[in-house]
Design a protein around this ligand. Sequence first.
Ligand code: C2E
Ligand code: MG
Ligand code: MG
Ligand code: MG
Length: 274
Amino acid sequence: MDLPVIQYAKKICEQELRKALAAGKEGGIEIYYQPLVHVSTGKVIGAEALTRWVHPLLGDISPRIFVPLAESNGLVTDLDRYVLTVACLQARRWQDTYGPIRIATNISPHSLQYADFVAVILNILQETRLPPECLEIELTENIAIRQEHTLSILARLKGLGIKIAIDDFGTGYSSLNYLRVFPVDTLKIDQVFVRDVESSQQEVPITSAIIRLAHELNLQIVAEGVETEEQKNYLLRKDCHVMQGFLFSKPLPADQFERFLQASVHSRSRIGRC
Ligand code: C2E
Ligand code: MG
Ligand code: MG
Ligand code: MG
């Protein structure tokens, strides 16, 4: 049980977050986009949408703080819906100009429990006219995968053509069971396994085993948190080609992401699908 003062602070933050969500961009909730780069060709194949909250008095608040807060008071479903709406619309506009592009968004396990979540997503796809196969939903391993309800929601999302990724792969409780019970599309190797790579010569068995596992299961593999040339070279040598990380770009506001995308499109041929 929290101390009364903490409870009080949480209440205030909750009210502030509610106001911010209701006001949209004017409320300080912004979506940044981090490029997903196919490194061997240099193409930007998509972006992960990451939320930022800039509070007028408190300044930048990290999603690592406000997402758990939103999860504890049920606001996270509104947040996830807002992010999906903005990101899907943005992705469709970029597609119109630059060709197919994937948009990945993080969805909280709480939203998946929400009865109408499939209808919410379907509605967003219809309104934004984004092809479903261009949307990838990132889930962490800690969702209650054994629950019938969750499984049926995931199956319906897949049935619509939406892609499903396991985020932070290797750090949750149930990694392998997850893969056994549900056909996901993509594994995102957690940053900790990328950080373990210090030189591209030195073998890093868990990292390379995760990549092999993905290949074995015919899954896409994305490495997150790539910061150095050594890490990039090691991953390429292990046949992991899609990467995300500060080495390529930090998460960017929409207009800056578009410039990054433009540069990639102009320097290389366009990609044919999401
Ligand atoms: P995540 O989905 O695993 O996102 C990757 C995080 O790693 C992001 O942190 C990103 O800025 C950071 N990152 C990217 N490249 C590098 C790198 O090279 N080095 C390092 N050290 N970090 C890097 P961020 O944006 O602070 O987000 C933190 C987490 O908050 C996300 O982890 C995600 O789980 C959650 N989150 C963010 N936006 C949303 C959202 O809209 N909805 C939900 N439900 N969760 C969100
Ligand atoms: Mg993610
Ligand atoms: Mg991650
Ligand atoms: Mg994470």
